[in-house]
Design a protein around this ligand. Structure first.
Ligand SMILES: NC(=O)c1ccc[n+]([C@@H]2O[C@H](COP(=O)([O-])OP(=O)(O)OC[C@H]3O[C@@H](n4cnc5c(N)ncnc54)[C@H](O)[C@@H]3O)[C@@H](O)[C@H]2O)c1
Length: 384
């Protein structure tokens, strides 16, 4: 395990206030840096059993170093599971830049970040996350090949919301098959929270499949656009105000906005039979998966449902090819079905079943790697 701390962090009070090495013991590598550009970044590499770590880089004005480290450790572990579930030959990692995305961004900062990534010699690949945009990584890409999810004009796969939305639809079909024995969504009622890049496309797919929608978003404009679209398609869309979406009398709740929305306050309001959406970290705590199971609500684990985006990003390794990405995204249907069956069969929550599926893949690879040389590592040199 390698750990590099800036001088400021070495002498800072914060680092002495908790046992740092206990905190990072599950991780292979955690780096910090503090060069002349003002860059303060942490790259957490959780597990590289399946291949180099792949995960986005988040930029936030964290209040403390501990908070930033906590985020990097938690999110990088999540990426190990997400990549494993997606069938990607990548491990889990996450980058965190401590700074205000509205004030602290400069091309030099992202070039320095690119050099920092390059110093890891292919152990970590990254792209956008909260607080970062594609253009930031165009700067970083000048210093390293280890950038994923670039715009199409730079050889990347472009907008990830297209495969992500399709993955949500396939997951909904898998949940429908489990609940009702068929995938026909005609006349079924869906409550969608968030009509952004992913949610709007999910709404379009559902309307094409004959479903009735209840929707909410902060933006009235996007709701009105969808209502107009539905009129042209002969579909039904009803607008719902804010948190009323939780209590809608629908068949499936589709969270596509923010995390933590399945919690003690909202669970009691839910009338749906299933929850399937794109939003990351939908459960406020993992224990809420148990509460949903007890209430008989089928929860499709978010990190599998929304893995279409990471499938596309990992696929860039082979050069952009939309058809190949869409064909890989179809596997999400099978993964969700497998997880739902395992959860029923073993009487465990769907989150436990999903984690087990991922750990099985990791263990199989670990055993294989102990006999043979590790899986051929992805190389993106072609893009230099
Ligand atoms: N874009 C992807 O490929 C991708 C991949 C994996 C996961 N996700 C996750 O899916 C979710 C949606 O992603 P996106 O790319 O569509 O984001 P987005 O920013 O384009 O859309 C989010 C939408 O939610 C709305 N919204 C925000 N807070 C809301 C609230 N409290 N109630 C109702 N609406 C609210 C916003 O107005 C916006 O229209 C996020 O949680 C994201 O992390 C996205």
């Amino acid at each position: 395990m390698a750990l590099t701390l800036s001088n400021e962090q070495k002498t800072g009070q914060s680092i002495q206030s908790f046992d740092l090495f206990t905190k990072i013991q599950e991780h292979e590598q955690v780096f910090c840096n503090d060069p002349a550009t003002g860059l303060k970044a942490i790259i957490a590499i959780h597990d590289t059993t399946l291949g180099p770590a792949l995960g986005g880089t988040r930029m936030r004005p964290y209040d403390t170093f501990e908070e930033a480290l906590e985020d990097a450790l938690r999110l990088s572990k999540g990426m190990t599971y997400k990549n494993a579930a997606a069938g990607n030959d990548f491990g889990g990692g996450k980058g965190v830049i401590i700074g205000d995305p509205l004030k602290d961004k400069t091309p030099e900062l992202f070039r320095a970040y690119g050099q920092f990534i390059d110093s890891l010699k292919g152990r970590f690949y990254t792209g956008t996350d909260m607080g970062t945009v594609l253009d930031d990584f165009v700067h970083a890409h000048k210093e390293t090949n280890c950038i994923a999810g670039l715009p199409e004009e730079y050889g990347g796969g472009g907008e990830t919301s297209i495969p992500t939305a399709l993955g949500v639809l396939y997951s909904i079909q898998a949940v429908a098959k489990t609940l009702w024995g068929h995938e026909n969504l005609t006349g079924k009622r869906f409550a969608i929270q968030g009509l952004g890049k992913v949610g709007y496309k999910v709404a379009e797919h559902l309307l094409e499949n004959g479903a009735d929608l209840y929707v909410t978003d902060i933006s009235e404009e996007v709701i009105n656009t969808l209502i107009e679209k539905a009129k042209q398609m002969g579909g039904n869309v009803t607008a719902v105000k804010g948190s009323e979406i939780y209590g809608v009398d629908a068949d499936i709740f589709v969270p596509c906005a923010i995390g933590g929305i399945i919690n003690d306050q909202t669970i009691d309001q839910l009338k749906v039979q299933g929850i399937v959406g794109a939003a990351n970290n939908q459960l406020l705590h993992e224990s809420h998966a148990k509460v949903l199971k007890e209430k008989g609500i089928l929860y499709a684990p978010d990190y599998i449902v929304n893995s279409g985006g990471v499938i596309q990003v990992a696929d860039e390794l082979y050069g952009p090819n939309k058809e190949r990405v869409l064909s890989k995204t179809k596997n999400i249907y099978r993964s969700i079905l497998e997880v739902l069956e395992q959860s029923k069969h073993e009487n465990m929550t769907t989150v436990e079943a999903a984690n087990l599926m991922c750990e099985k893949r990791l263990n199989i690879t670990k055993v294989r790697n102990s006999f043979f040389s590790p899986t051929k590592r992805p190389k993106w040199e072609v893009r230099r």
